[in-house]
Design a protein around this ligand. Structure first.
Ligand code: ADP
Ligand code: MG
Length: 729
């Protein structure tokens, strides 16, 4: 009896939405569990408050004495809110967040004088015994332990009854072991490079901040149903399952009325987000059944990344209250859309200007064009590195698999800006005549805001699109930590801006050019050399693949191929020149990502072997036995005539045997391929073997299993079906 499936179905169909009522207005509770400016003003001395503000704004160090005062205030604030424990909260290279709770509670050695304690030492630095996190060979020796260090730019927060302190995670020798450290370095590099360039236009700019607004897609599946599928539980996706008769072909889910259970979940989640200071704003149904999206108001990038990591954790926890399992996998179900996490990205000055937003005056539009064109050039020069930054086993199901953006990185800018670039390309080399400059400023640069107003054609197939006042990097996977994509993007643009400044200054000095002549000249050359990256057409078409090939753009459809760029000479040079990561750090990451790929495919292969042999085949045989009994009975009754009467049953019996044979032989071949792959010592070769020799069996095995699902009596099928997983509300 397929009891787990039917028990799960019964539980799922008996569910009633878990009621949720907001306790207060969002604006009232926003950030109330965050040690933000308001809390700091209340709980810190003015010196301590200023210390934190300076650290956030100017990166100044906080000394031990000051840290003691800050810790004291933080502790009082937390205790007043019923908090019992604290933890350093960090992002190791596992892809999830890490925490290790310690109680504030302490006693003296003989158990007397119980008291709540928390000092600067505990706030600033900890040494979690975190030797089991991936380190890519950085921490091989016993003395090279890792430690966590406070990141004051991301405020501490309370989750449940624990005070969480965002930290970096580094080895004793200083190498980054996490996602946050390189991101912070990249953001600093961006600030330095962009601020210098801004000074061409406005001497008052002192700081440039990279901004990020992610859009998180996810599936909500009833918890019992999800639990009844070992593949979902272990790999985050279904490895088997015939597509349901109804999928997304009617487009009836997208932007539809949100189902009550999902809506209650969202409201509950949003309240948690408000308390944690995560400024979520938008919620809606996505294209696939049971698929949804959530987006916040954009924030400074480091904070936005922390908030996305925290959100993914909170989403699962709130899901438990509603008996829902949240799926972040990029492709949990075959045949319906997968999930992504668009990274909307821009640059903002401390004077309140969005550098990627065209504005009223020609001069500020020249500034816009400067940042716009430099970004395009950066993506042009480092497209394969950007592709490598989003490569994972799960994202391979989107990129290069006829879905979502293609594996080829290109930039979409829209018809109007294409025209502007064409006009700028025609600018005279050398000094511009006063008439040409006036004409440019009035008729090209000055017209941008007007033309952009009606520039509504948005190309949904582009992996990197300009959308009016920001770029949208759409190829990022839904399960990813945005740090990888943001570290890479900000580093390549920072490097580009740094080079731009050098080139412009050189023209000003050596050719005695005016500043804007020099800028026009350099931009003109950038437009000329960056043409291959610009693409306005259909990114899914075959014609584009051919065209992109001719242009020399990379088209890596699998992770092992795409990852190579992560540790290429170009990458090593870039990250070390910009002070983001040294060679050891870059190579360690490359190693870790290859290993992660291999392990993911290995686990999927094992789970698939297990499910097909221990669930599917026994069920198929059981059904086949019923058919055999039936045929035997017919023979008893009809004698020689039975073959005609039992014809269909006999065909079915043979068909079932054929699929069983297919599964067994393919699982056997897959296992052999795995053994061979496991014997390979080079990490890249091993990942390639898993990709090219092991993974191709998945589809073959699946196809036999899915056909059996259609043949076998529904009553005895053990695995919960697609229609049940996807359409239970
Ligand atoms: P859509 O792209 O779906 O039309 P929006 O344009 O409203 O939606 O914005 C989508 C996301 O872009 C939101 O998360 C928003 O916060 C973010 N966003 C808007 N402006 C910026 C910006 N200047 N920098 C970074 N992200 C931004
Ligand atoms: Mg968008």
């Amino acid at each position: 009896m397929s009891s787990l499936r039917f028990q799960a179905l019964k539980e799922a169909s008996n569910r009633v939405p878990v009621k949720f009522e907001e306790t207060d207005r969002k604006s009232t509770i926003f950030g109330s569990n965050v040690f933000n400016d308001k809390a700091m003003k209340q709980f810190l001395t003015s010196d301590a408050f200023k210390g934190v503000r300076d650290a956030v704004q100017h990166g100044t160090k906080i000394d031990r004495k000051l840290a003691d005062y800050i810790a004291m205030g933080m502790k009082e604030w937390a205790l007043a809110k019923g908090v019992t424990h604290y933890t350093h909260w960090f992002q190791p290279l596992t892809g999830t967040t890490a925490e290790k709770h310690d109680a504030f509670f302490e006693t003296s050695y003989d158990g007397s004088d119980p008291v709540e304690k928390f000092g600067g030492a505990q706030l600033v630095q900890q040494e979690p015994d975190a030797s089991s996190f991936p380190n890519g060979g950085i921490r091989n020796t016993f003395e090279a332990r890792g430690y966590t260090a406070w990141d004051p730019t991301s405020p501490a927060f309370i989750f449940g009854t624990t005070l969480c302190i965002p930290t970096v995670f580094i080895s004793y020798t200083g190498e980054a072991l996490d996602y946050k450290t390189p991101l912070l370095r990249a953001l600093t590099a961006m600030d330095d490079a962009a601020t210098e360039v801004c000074k061409y236009f406005d001497k008052n700019v002192k700081k440039v901040t990279a901004t990020l607004g992610w859009e998180q897609e996810y599936f909500l599946i009833d918890r019992s149903l999800a639990n009844s599928r070992p593949d979902l539980m272990m790999t985050g996706r279904t490895l088997l399952g015939h597509t349901s008769a109804k999928g997304q072909q009617l487009d009836d889910h997208y932007f539809g009325s949100i189902p009550t259970r999902a809506l209650m979940y969202m409201r509950d989640l949003e309240q948690e987000c408000m308390l944690l200071g995560i400024p979520v704003k938008t919620r809606h149904n996505e294209v696939a059944p049971n698929q949804f999206e959530l987006a916040p108001i954009f924030e400074e990038t480091n904070l936005a990344v922390d908030h996305n990591c925290l959100l993914m954790d909170v989403m699962q926890k709130v899901g438990e209250r509603h008996d829902l399992k949240v799926l972040f996998h990029e492709k949990p179900f075959k045949g319906v859309n997968g999930s992504g996490k668009h990274n909307n990205w821009s640059l903002a000055t401390d004077t309140g200007v969005n550098l990627l937003s065209p504005s009223k005056t020609p001069m500020s539009n020249l500034q816009f064009l400067t940042f716009f064109i430099n970004t395009i050039k950066a993506v042009n020069d480092y497209e394969s590195l950007l592709r490598g930054a989003i490569a994972t086993a799960s994202n391979d199901h989107r990129l290069g698999a006829n879905e979502a953006p293609p594996a080829i990185i290109s930039v979409f800018i829209g018809a109007q800006l294409t025209k502007v670039l064409a006009e700028l390309e025609g600018v005279t080399a050398g000094k511009l005549s006063p008439e040409e400059k006036t004409d440019l400023k009035l008729n090209v640069v000055g017209k941008i805001p007007d033309v952009l107003l009606d520039n509504t054609d948005r190309n949904r197939t582009s992996p990197f699109a300009f959308t009016g006042n920001k770029f949208e990097f759409r190829a990022v996977g839904s399960s990813a930590n945005c740090s990888n994509s943001m570290t890479t993007l900000n580093t390549i643009v920072a490097k580009q801006l740094k080079d731009f400044k050098i080139e412009v200054d050189a023209l000003i000095e050596s050719k005695d050019m005016k500043k804007d002549d020099a800028i026009f000249n350099v931009l003109r050359e950038y437009i000329k050399v960056s043409k291959k990256i610009l693409f306005e057409g259909d990114g899914y078409s075959e014609a584009w693949e051919i065209e992109a090939g001719k242009r020399g753009l990379s088209n890596f459809k699998t992770t092992p191929e795409a990852l190579k760029a992560r540790a290429s000479k170009q990458a090593l040079d870039l990250f070390s020149e910009m002070g983001i990561m040294n060679h050891i750090e870059v190579e360690a990451r490359y190693e870790i990502e290859l290993e992660e790929y291999t392990k993911k495919i290995q686990i999927e292969g094992r789970v698939l072997g297990d499910l097909s042999q221990n669930h599917v085949i026994p069920t198929a045989i059981r059904y086949q036995n019923t058919l055999i009994e039936n045929v035997k009975g017919l023979k008893e009754i009809f004698g020689a005539d039975f073959e005609k009467i039992a014809k269909e049953q006999i065909i079915l019996i043979k068909e079932i045997s054929g699929h069983i044979e297919g599964i067994n032989s393919k699982v056997h071949e897959m296992t052999e391929a795995r053994k061979k792959a496991n014997a390979i010592t080079d990490a890249h070769e091993m990942a390639l073997a898993y990709c090219d020799k092991v993974k191709p069996f998945f589809e073959e095995i699946r196809s036999h299993c899915d056909k059996l699902e259609l043949l076998v009596d529904d009553e005895i099928w053990t695995l919960t079906k697609y229609r049940e997983l996807l359409f239970t509300k």
